[in-house]
Design a protein. Structure first.
Length: 295
């Protein structure tokens, strides 16, 4: 049984959740259309998102492990998606395969960017006159952190919703009037929020953590490093004798707390990049061999 979704992420079929997430982050960053302008990168980015959408969900993964690429008519997922024609909506493909029974298939759109979408069977099971609808939506990490507009689609209709800054995975948003309709009445839409992982940031409560590279020269003797944050580029002063893994706090550049309205902090974690010995001057290498302490 072929396992093209695992192959797309470059992992084995018995990979752990952590291994799946790690592989996705690496590939999403590599093929993101904002970063990679090469031909085919956007299609690869969409396939990576599709693979992660299935394999990160325990129920969907179990179904895929059971049937494998038989779900795609015996083709691997790449060939199946390409066979759908230009402008294929991978959301719709996964909805058709995994829809029903409460599956959520949000996370990406045919444009390569993240978008909200919903699995079938999302309607409330309460009495017949209950017009409210429950669904899931996956939003980009930076939108969850900073807030903003996000486009969703439901029952053939697309519309924007306002995402409050600092929203967390698992929280619900109410969108008035976007539920089912009966005559002149319309119910509300209740969205359960899922946040797409970031290839650059980890969130700890209201704080953000980001790794950044620092040269050995700056780590030893000090310097300044330009770092892109979610909002702007900043210059970070590096003191002498900076150690690998050392954290620097940037106050107030974390996530807004929705209750207190106060923002957390951004912690920048140094990754000291060692030069190759072969790139160093021979005299410098000889001197370092003689002078550098061994302990």
């Amino acid at each position: 049984m072929s396992n093209s979704l695992y192959e797309t992420l470059g992992i084995s079929s018995n990979a752990s959740e952590a291994e799946i997430k790690k592989a996705y982050r690496k590939l999403a960053r590599q093929y993101h259309p904002d970063v990679n302008k090469e031909a085919g990168a956007e299609e690869k980015f969409k396939e990576v998102n599709a693979a992660y959408e299935v394999l990160s969900d325990k129920e969907k993964r179990a179904k895929y492990d059971q049937y494998g690429d038989a779900m795609f008519g015996g083709q691997n997922f790449h060939d199946f998606a390409q066979g759908q024609g230009a402008g294929v909506d991978l959301d719709e493909i996964l909805r058709n395969i995994f829809g029903g029974g409460g599956f959520s298939s949000g996370g990406f759109s045919s444009s390569g960017g993240f978008s909200g979408s919903f699995g079938g069977g999302g309607f409330s099971s309460q009495q017949s006159m209950n017009l409210d609808v429950e669904a899931n939506v996956t939003i980009p990490f930076h939108v969850a952190a900073l807030g903003g507009k996000h486009s969703v689609s439901l029952q053939g209709e697309s519309f924007d919703i306002k995402i409050p800054a600092g929203i967390k995975a698992g929280e619900k948003l109410r969108v008035r009037g976007k539920g089912k309709s009966a005559g002149s009445q319309s119910g509300d839409l209740y969205l359960k929020i899922h946040v797409a992982p970031s290839s650059e940031y980890e969130r700890e409560g209201d704080d953000l953590i980001k790794n950044f590279d620092v040269s050995l020269h700056d780590a030893l003797f000090g310097g300044k490093v330009a770092i892109d944050t979610l909002e702007k580029e900043i210059k970070l002063k590096i003191p002498e004798n900076t150690k690998n893994g050392q954290r620097f706090r940037v106050k107030g550049m974390g996530v807004k707390n929705r209750k207190s309205a106060q923002r957390g902090d951004l912690y920048l974690q140094a990754n000291v990049v060692l030069p190759k010995v072969s790139d160093l001057d021979d005299d410098l290498v000889d001197m370092m061999k003689k002078k550098l302490p061994k302990e």
